[in-house]
Design a protein around this ligand. Structure first.
Ligand code: AMP
Length: 415
């Protein structure tokens, strides 16, 4: 017996209304804010992610699905959505378009993680990027858009965490202070943090180990080390968020797990759970496009896991609309009737009326039971009598009422 690979799931029909609901709300929000859709390949040159996400990160160190293809190329299944969009921006010269370029995507994401509730090896993200401007108004727009997405989905009890981690001018000094602080507390750190103190000191701030969390409380804060332009950017952003009445809190321990972030970082979390359950997050990445061979181009983006959204929709008992299904079933008795039924089904479908046809040779009773289970509103029945008279029996499934109508009139009546 084959099973879906560990950490992957099949999305069966009963789950689909949640997916369509989220995709529709996300696409509506993008339209409202002027973001256009982009789709990038499922796999990329491995170097793209190593270079941008960063060699010392969990994603690159432990989680990438990388392999050599038959042509000897090192490729990686997309472990995040931002780098491919930026690669496309540079490759297609999108800097020639009016800036910023606003793009959104739905993407399958692959990470070799330990599967648990809300954590998979293949998951799906909705994300968007605004590339080509450093104005904090754009940060506010991107954050507002994320918040409004959750509002429109009907999700409540969320917190918006905000931080600024500075730029390449001011961050080195901060990292130096951070390392000095932790060096004084080396014996209290967990094994992982001891190992990453040198190459990824920011990651010590969001370690889940209780001792490390306690230490992080009193660690130096990045916002105390911002250079004047970064500080001004952060102040303006806060003013805009206040003007938008977004209930943000500044979280000094929020750093995000990828190397490319600069200045603004933010995450949205459900109130009842810890940081394991982050719904979505994003931030600025002002050096990334240049890193990929483009001109220096500031940018900011956000991504959210669709499985996590659906988990929270269910937890908060948000009801989602059912998907449209055919409302007509055609039942028939005997071989000759079948030919008429096939033609009738085709006529109705060509007229835009959804139809499910009986197949096989079940009794009329069994066919009506099937129609009932499908939840259709009407069943058309073709038996011997109907064949003789060129009619069809039209049955209303909720009342059980039935009347014979001329075959040719069925489409108009059903419409
Ligand atoms: P990240 O790129 O790590 O910030 O991820 C963005 C969002 O994707 C997270 O906030 C989660 O909602 C979701 N996500 C990340 N990793 C996984 C995973 N392994 N399984 C399911 N959802 C995930």
């Amino acid at each position: 017996m084959y099973r879906a690979p560990r950490g992957t799931t099949d999305i069966l029909p009963p789950e689909q209304p949640y997916w369509r609901y989220v995709e529709q709300k996300a696409a509506d929000i993008c339209q409202l804010y002027g973001y256009e859709r982009i789709d990038s390949p499922l796999f990329e040159d491995a170097g793209l992610f190593i270079r941008t996400v960063g060699a010392g990160t969990d994603i690159v160190e432990k989680e990438m699905y990388s392999f050599e293809d038959k042509g000897g190329n090192q490729v990686t299944l997309r472990p995040e959505g931002t780098a491919p969009v930026c690669r496309a921006y540079v490759e297609h010269g999108l800097h020639n378009q009016p800036q910023p370029v606003r793009l959104y995507y739905f993407a399958d994401i692959f990470r070799y993680e330990r599967p648990q509730a809300g954590r998979y090896r293949q998951h799906h993200q909705f994300g968007y990027e605004a590339i080509g401007d450093g104005d904090p108004v754009l940060d506010a727009e991107v954050i507002d858009m994320a918040w409004q997405l959750f509002v429109s989905l009907g999700l409540g009890r969320l917190t918006l965490n905000l931080n600024s981690i500075g730029c390449k001018e001011c961050r080195p000094e901060y990292l130096k202070r951070l390392k000095e602080y932790y060096a004084d507390h080396l014996s209290e750190l967990c094994r992982d943090c001891k190992a990453r103190l040198d190459r990824a000191p920011l990651r010590l701030l969001d370690c889940k180990n209780p001792d490390c969390q306690r230490l992080a409380q009193s660690a130096p804060k990045s916002i105390d080390y911002l250079c004047p332009p970064c500080a001004e950017h952060f102040n303006h952003l806060q003013q805009y968020l206040e003007a938008l009445a977004l209930p943000f809190i500044i979280n000094h321990r929020l750093v995000r797990g990828l190397d490319y972030y600069t200045r603004t970082v933010f995450e949205i979390q459900p109130e009842e759970e810890g940081s394991q359950s982050t719904l979505g997050g994003g931030g600025r990445y002002d050096d990334l496009i240049e890193e990929l061979g483009g001109k220096p181009t500031p940018a900011i983006g956000f991504a959210v896991g669709i499985e996590r959204i659906i988990l929270n929709l269910k937890r908060q008992a948000v009801s989602v609309p059912a998907l449209r299904k055919p409302q007509v079933f055609i039942a028939c008795m005997g071989g000759e009737a079948k030919a008429v039924a096939v033609k009738l089904a085709a006529t109705l479908r060509r007229a835009g009326i959804g139809v499910i046809e009986a197949v096989g040779d079940r009794s009329l009773k069994a066919q009506l039971r099937q129609a009932n289970n499908l939840g259709v509103r009407h069943t058309l029945i073709i038996g011997e009598d109907e064949l003789k008279t060129g009619t069809v029996a039209l049955r209303d499934m909720s009342s059980g009422e039935q009347k014979n109508v001329p075959l040719a009139q069925a489409p108009d009546l059903l419409r």
